[in-house]
Design a protein around this ligand. Structure first.
Ligand code: FES
Length: 123
């Protein structure tokens, strides 16, 4: 039912944790299941240097959180804003149809963290 990549990121999630004094923090909840994802960013010279996440959610939510952190590190703020939920699901070689809503959290939490970063910068 799940791709090898989903199973890999679920069993061995990358970049789990928190960043103290993060440059941006974003949190989103999934209304349909109540799961929550929080993303922390470190930004230097407009480039995302580090991303950590905490997800209270299902396996697919954990796998997409893990994948989005890997995809975001090294990207500029503008590039990271273009990362979509669909791109995250695609990078995991897809998700079962009934779990596609779980990938909605990943890019949304990242975008919220970027919004928070921009607010802190006074933009
Ligand atoms: Fe809630 Fe997957 S069931 S995010």
């Amino acid at each position: 039912m799940y791709s090898d990549k989903v199973m890999d990121h679920f069993s061995n999630p990358r970049n789990v944790g928190e960043i103290e004094n993060a440059d941006g923090v974003g949190e989103v909840g999934n209304a349909s299941c109540g799961d929550i994802m929080k993303i922390f960013l470190t930004v230097e010279d407009n480039v995302i240097k580090d991303v950590k996440f905490k997800t209270f959610g299902c396996g697919a939510a954990i796998a997409t959180s893990s994948m989005v952190t890997e995809m975001a590190i090294g990207k500029t703020i503008e590039e990271a804003l273009e990362l979509t939920n669909a791109a995250v699901a695609e990078a995991l070689d897809g998700l079962p149809a009934q779990k596609l809503h779980c990938s909605n959290l990943a890019a949304d939490a990242l975008h919220e963290a970027i919004k928070n970063y921009k607010e802190k910068q006074g933009e």
